[in-house]
Design a protein around this ligand. Structure first.
Ligand code: OAD
Length: 251
């Protein structure tokens, strides 16, 4: 592993545009459950079956119970070493950016600058009926929420988590930012199963721009065969090791 770390650090040294795409694996060491791992179950439900507009239409109370549980879980978690390293990189280099599929805001809590949140945030809410009155989304970090399901402050109808669910389109402006960020010199895909689109396509976008692509994940993914370097070790170990190599920090 040390050789790969040295090679990646060598590439990063002096690189102007570096983009890191992160997924649930980056927050695993903080105690946030991933979506598809063995801990991707809540009660008897699979996370990927609850994160849909159909599930919400069928049973908003159940979906909000799940989100209430996730909000409680994340509020008791802290950013880990992987988040800390990435935050340091965004603060030290203007052209180094993070695109995340995570809705836990742990990158932001670690101090990362300019995070591109592809799938929204657990802490933002929106009107389920998309009522015309502003605000379109609002932030509410209370745990637990005083009312579940919560209500839209404008129309009094149901509120929903302002996250992207399966079958829903991502915000075009956020996709545009992500595509722009993927046009980089070095692209790291970290802690994602690379099965959810359009996020999974960003590796191809980066390659098409000639980026050197690195994957950090203890398990192989559909992206593994296409990347230049695949480091099959946990992000919270690999990123600090790359950082030490980059800046000559002691262990
Ligand atoms: P997944 O749960 O699909 O994948 C998590 C990945 O993290 C797996 O490939 C694990 O091998 C890896 N992993 C686990 N622990 C790790 C660690 N310590 N270090 C590095 N990697 C580790 O999560 P995502 O790929 O983020 O979307 O899922 C993508 C999207 O699917 C989510 O944003 C969510 C979900 O449904 C929506 O809700 C729209």
């Amino acid at each position: 592993m040390q050789e790969m770390i040295r090679a990646v650090a060598g590439r990063l040294r002096g690189a102007a545009r570096v983009t890191v795409l992160t997924g649930a694996g980056v927050s695993a060491a903080s105690g946030v459950p991933t979506f598809r791992g063995s801990n991707g179950l809540w009660r008897t439900f699979r996370a990927i079956d609850l994160a849909t507009p159909e599930a919400f239409m069928r049973d908003p109370r159940l979906v909000w119970e799940w989100y209430g549980w996730r909000r409680e879980c994340v509020s008791s978690c802290a950013p880990n070493a992987a988040h800390a390293v990435l935050a340091g990189w965004t603060l030290q280099h203007d052209g180094w950016r993070i695109i995340t599929q995570n809705v836990d805001d742990l990158h932001q809590r670690a101090g990362s600058r300019g995070v591109i949140p592809l799938h929204g945030s657990l802490w933002e809410l929106a009107c389920w009926n998309e009522c015309a009155a502003p605000p379109a989304t609002w932030r509410d970090e209370r745990v637990p929420l005083p009312e579940s399901p919560p209500r839209c402050p404008s129309c009094g109808g149901l509120a929903r988590p302002a996250v992207v669910w399966f079958g829903e389109a991502l915000a075009p402006a956020v996709v545009a930012q992500a595509i722009d960020a993927a046009a980089c010199d070095i692209f790291l895909t970290v802690g994602t199963s690379s099965v959810v689109y359009p996020a999974a396509r960003l590796v191809d976008t980066a390659r098409a721009h000639g980026a050197f692509v690195v994957e950090i994940n203890p398990e192989a993914t559909p992206a593994s065969a296409t990347v230049d370097v695949s480091i099959r070790v946990a992000a919270e170990r690999v990123l600090p090791a790359i950082d030490r190599e980059l800046y000559g920090r002691p262990c």
